[in-house]
Design a binder for this molecule. Structure first.
Ligand SMILES: Cc1cc2nc3c(=O)[nH]c(=O)nc-3n(C[C@H](O)[C@H](O)[C@H](O)COP(=O)(O)OP(=O)(O)OC[C@H]3O[C@@H](n4cnc5c(N)ncnc54)[C@H](O)[C@@H]3O)c2cc1C
Length: 328
């Protein structure tokens, strides 16, 4: 039931977003892993200004806030989220081309963005064609593939801070490094970005993107819900043991199942959901796999995937996993 303070908050959020607010929203159907309980409040802004207004409303309030893109790097908890999910997604997915540059809202789906850029004869982000997240999530993580990151093409990013003030960061202010940026770990909403490309040959770009998609289809599980790579690659471990997938496979972990969660028989760094997996099934597999690989190799792998706790704590998933299942 919606309580008094919630009613005032919901009214303010509805006012800021043209009514795009809901309560007790099941997260599982919205999540890439198809896992998650109810979110107390869910709000979807449609512009930088609306998102900034939401941030201003939430400033100083006790409820935790989670900025969600497509959840392709997030494990929601089966117990739900007792706070406000701000979705920068489908309602903020416009883009336009301006010569060799593109302006886009942060909620645009990355494969759609990459296809549009490639089809316009612009080259540089073919490597992102198979990454099922939003542009905002990708920028935050400096995500990419083939040893590249989206940051290479970012000119500037427009954000709102925790008080709802709009500001712009230049490429160098974003501090892009391997799978990281200065935007991480802050209550900052990424709202829009400007990216720059080189001119290329559309047919060659298309061939490259199709090749990337084909090789991902052969390597990665596509049929069952998953969150991509569970563990991060560590350069030291890579040179002596190999990437996480290889370390997990050598430890005999491929196919290991807990409830409806399973270490993919196709690629050991992916955990798939056969239907009714819970967040604790996934966390158990993470703790077990991490401990076994550490015993065998001496390397403790950290998670790329983050777990959102009901109280709003957002941590790499191995941290809550080890806390819950220390001795697995
Ligand atoms: C099948 C599969 C394959 C994948 N392959 C790759 C790959 O090859 N390379 C790669 O780098 N990643 C890969 N990923 C991981 C994931 O797609 C990326 O990390 C993606 O960039 C996350 O975007 P998202 O919108 O889904 O983020 P979410 O999971 O929704 O959020 C991730 C983090 O970003 C924050 N965030 C999201 N949007 C915003 C915003 N607008 N403003 C501020 N913070 C925000 C969230 O708060 C959270 O901390 C893969 C995932 C899957 C499911």
């Amino acid at each position: 039931m919606t309580t008094g303070p919630d009613r005032a908050l919901i009214a303010a959020l509805a006012d800021a977003t043209g009514g795009h607010v809901a309560t007790d929203v099941p997260l599982a159907p919205l999540s890439r892993w198809r896992i998650g309980g109810l979110a107390r409040i869910y709000v979807e802004p449609s512009s930088a200004e609306e998102a900034a207004a939401v941030m201003a409303i939430m400033h100083g309030r006790p409820e935790p806030l989670f900025l969600m893109g497509d959840s392709s790097n997030t494990l929601f908890d089966s117990a739900g989220f007792d706070g406000v999910v701000v979705r920068i997604g489908r309602r903020m997915a416009n883009m336009r081309l301006e010569g060799a540059q593109a302006w886009a809202q942060a909620g645009i789906w990355v494969p759609r963005f990459a296809r549009r850029i490639g089809c316009s004869g612009l080259t540089g982000i073919e490597h992102t064609i198979g990454i099922p997240g939003t542009l905002g999530g990708l920028i935050l993580m400096n995500g990419g593939s083939q040893r590249k990151g989206i940051g290479l093409n970012v000119v500037s990013v427009r954000c709102a801070d925790s008080e709802g003030r709009l500001f712009e960061l230049t490429h160098s202010e974003c501090g892009f490094a391997y799978r990281s940026s200065t935007l991480q770990g802050q209550r900052t909403a990424i709202l829009e970005a400007r990216l720059e490309f080189e001119r290329g040959d559309s047919a060659a770009i298309r061939r490259e993107m199709l090749g990337i998609l084909r090789s991902r289809r052969l390597k990665f599980p596509q049929k069952l819900p998953n969150c991509g790579s569970t563990f991060l690659s560590d350069p030291k471990m890579y040179s002596s043991v190999g990437p996480p997938g290889q370390a997990l496979e050598s430890a005999g972990l491929k196919g290991l199942r807990r409830g409806d969660a399973q270490i993919s028989p196709m690629h050991a760094n992916f955990i798939v959901n056969h239907g009714n997996a819970s967040s604790s099934d996934v966390l158990w597999l993470i703790a077990h796999a991490r401990n076994l690989v550490e015993q065998r190799t001496g390397y403790a792998m950290d998670c790329e995937v983050r777990h959102l706790a009901p109280d709003g704590a957002l941590r790499p998933a191995h941290e809550p996993a080890l806390h819950l299942f220390a001795n697995q």
